[in-house]
Design a protein. Sequence first.
Length: 234
Amino acid sequence: MKKICDMDSVRWMPKEEITFLASNLLENYEEYAGQTVNPPIPIETIIERFLNLRLEYDDLKARFGLADILGATWIKEKRIVIDRSLLDEDHLGRMFFTMAHEVGHWCVHRQAFVGPAARRSRGPQIVCRESGARARGEWQADYFAAALLMPEMPVREAFAEVFGFKPIVIYNQKSIAPKSLFWLDLAWEHAGEIARAVIEKGRFTNVSKTAMRIRLEELGLLVNYTCERLAAAS
């Protein structure tokens, strides 16, 4: 499958610009919907009704012979396809995040894919694989997806309701407290439970614990000092 554009070649963008683009999309969708949109962010509706893109599911792994493919976007055809494996109930958070990731490509990168080569191509202009996650454009789409599905203020509000206004700073990998009383001795092994609590309080029901944990770290609400402490001790 021929590449139309290398995701490492897209221009560098600061997080603030990516956040603005995600926030702008959400604000425009709210104007379209005529109401304030709260989590869970209706990503499927945004794709199909607001952006007027076709959303489909297919066995992309078999179609392209790539074991780690998650999604693909056909710019010319205005079509987003998600790998069918993500329809499994255990992967729904990953599925919605992949949808938002592809929307990120559509909003941030599609102008790089509208030249003559893209028009001649019959395949997808953007193919997203786990092995390519570190490419600049893939990171940008991931950050866009996080900002869209987990807007900063709702995340901060949900976190404050559960844990207060101060960030959680964690120094230990393991806790000595019983599992049922983990909040008495927070450790990094509880990061998933912290994320789950924020998800439940803020009704971020279409994101995974992993996605929320990363978002909390990005916003400085969950600070992991375990690696630094372990490195200093070694």
